[in-house]
Ligand binder design. Structure first.
Ligand code: FES
Length: 346
């Protein structure tokens, strides 16, 4: 089916396969339809149907609260049943230079390891190599569970044959429960990747600020891996603020320490504990880190005061933490929107 999209900066068209999400069909054809979460929650992908027939595969998606009237729909949740003509509110952006168009691929779950009582890491061995930018994410669909979930890649390598992810076990979360459970090793799943605009590219002439809550640290690990490898910290500073509830909820601390140690003194790591004081055992174990009690965005705001010039900020974590961090970066730090990159999964 042919889908024609009108936007403020022109008209594009692409082919959409039966059963394929309109957003996926557009993105894989290099038509940068607007999107953020790609999982039906944010409403960013809304479009107005001018002609043709579409059907939502998740009519109760939370992003539906942003739709006005019958003609509007979420492209990330809808399939086309006819040739269609759509209108999107904003402009169709051009892809970032060097960005790979997302595509469907399959993979096998490997190496599940539990990092805390409710966070696990796992790898997916891909059927075919994938290029992605540091900071991007993948949609994962698991057998027997409707709908895809978004997970950021933790690793970074060109033409990756294995992707690493972290998953936080959510109460009632079917996919996270499945991923954290027994018997997942060797299971096949489907992916649509790479997605997301919170990307880091070597040569970006900016200090790096990462504010992450919980499993939001995943994409930051990919960014720090690439930045360290490409010598970014020989010319620019890096500041990582990682928020968790308590010492027992911390993970990837050894990996963060390795990034810090290799950055020649130009990468600082601050761990913020929101619910408990910082035990001496933790600050002793990671003597190169700073620690604070408080919400991570507040700790970052306090410690970065007067240091926001030439900063590009990356933010990921639970939506309230991301919203609070964005307020800080826009209103207090006065960073231009182009220097604020974020993911808000829920
Ligand atoms: Fe479709 Fe977020 S991109 S609801």
């Amino acid at each position: 089916m042919k889908v024609v999209v009108h936007s403020k900066n022109g008209t594009r068209d692409f082919e959409c396969d039966p059963g394929e999400k309109v957003l996926h069909a557009g993105l894989r054809s290099d038509v940068e339809l607007p999107y953020e979460c790609a999982t039906g929650t944010c409403g960013t992908c809304k479009a107005r149907l001018v002609r043709g027939r579409v059907e939502s595969q998740w009519p109760d998606a939370p992003g539906g609260r942003y739709l006005k009237g019958e003609a509007e729909f979420l492209t990330c949740q809808s399939v086309a049943h006819d040739d269609c003509t759509l209108e999107v509110g904003g402009t169709l952006k051009s892809c970032e230079p060097g960005a790979s168009a997302p595509r469907r691929l399959g993979g096998v779950v490997r190496a599940l390891r539990h990092l805390t009582h409710d966070v696990a890491a796992f790898d997916v061995d891909l059927d075919a190599p994938l290029d992605f930018a540091a900071g991007q994410f993948a949609l994962l669909s698991v057998p027997g569970i409707t709908g895809a979930r978004a997970y950021s890649m933790v690793n970074f390598e060109p033409r990756a044959s294995r992707l690493s992810f972290v998953v936080k076990k959510k109460i009632g979360g079917a996919v996270s429960t499945w991923l954290c459970g027994d018997g997942v090793e060797g299971a096949r799943l489907d992916l649509f990747a790479p997605l997301g605009h919170a990307t880091f590219h070597p040569g970006t002439p900016k200090h790096l600020l990462c504010i992450a809550g919980g499993s939001g640290i995943a994409g930051m690990m990919s960014i720090l891996s690439l930045a360290g490898r490409e010598g970014h910290f020989s010319a620019w500073d890096g500041h990582v603020f990682f928020g968790v509830r308590s010492a027992g909820d911390g993970f990837f601390l050894d990996e963060l320490e390795a990034f810090r140690a290799r950055a020649g003194g130009r990468l600082s790591v601050t761990v913020a504990l929101s619910d408990t004081d910082v035990p001496a055992s933790l600050s002793d174990a990671y003597a190169g880190f700073d620690f604070a009690r408080g919400l991570v965005h507040a700790v970052a705001g306090e410690r970065m005061k007067g240091r926001f010039a030439d900063v590009r900020a990356y933010v990921a974590g639970p939506p309230p933490m991301v919203d609070a961090s964005l307020r800080l970066l826009l209103r207090e730090a006065r960073l231009p929107p182009a220097d604020i990159r974020y993911d808000k999964f829920s």
